[in-house]
Design a binder for this molecule. Structure first.
Ligand code: SF4
Length: 78
């Protein structure tokens, strides 16, 4: 079963460590030492994406949020 969620990511505070892209490449990518939340919308450096995820994807997203050293990835039910 899929679940609707909203992922938010504060790029202004991102250290580009690449952890999120390594853990959850479906949603995050790291290119030329720049990390981004794929297909997200952005206002003032704050990015968000609404998505439907399965249990495995949600678990990976939660892991990416947990291992973000500056805790700027947030996942909420939509
Ligand atoms: S884990 Fe956090 S600090 Fe590291 S690249 Fe991802 S969002 Fe940026």
């Amino acid at each position: 079963m899929k679940e609707k969620i909203k992922i938010t990511y504060d790029r202004n505070k991102c250290t580009n460590c690449g952890n999120c892209a390594a853990i959850c490449p479906v949603f995050f990518e790291s290119k030329d030492n720049q990390t981004s939340l794929k297909n997200s919308q952005e206002v003032d450096g704050k990015h968000w994406l609404e998505a439907e995820v399965n249990d495995e994807e949600l678990a990976l997203l939660k892991q990416a949020a947990k291992f973000c050293p500056v805790r700027i990835i947030n996942i909420e039910k939509n």
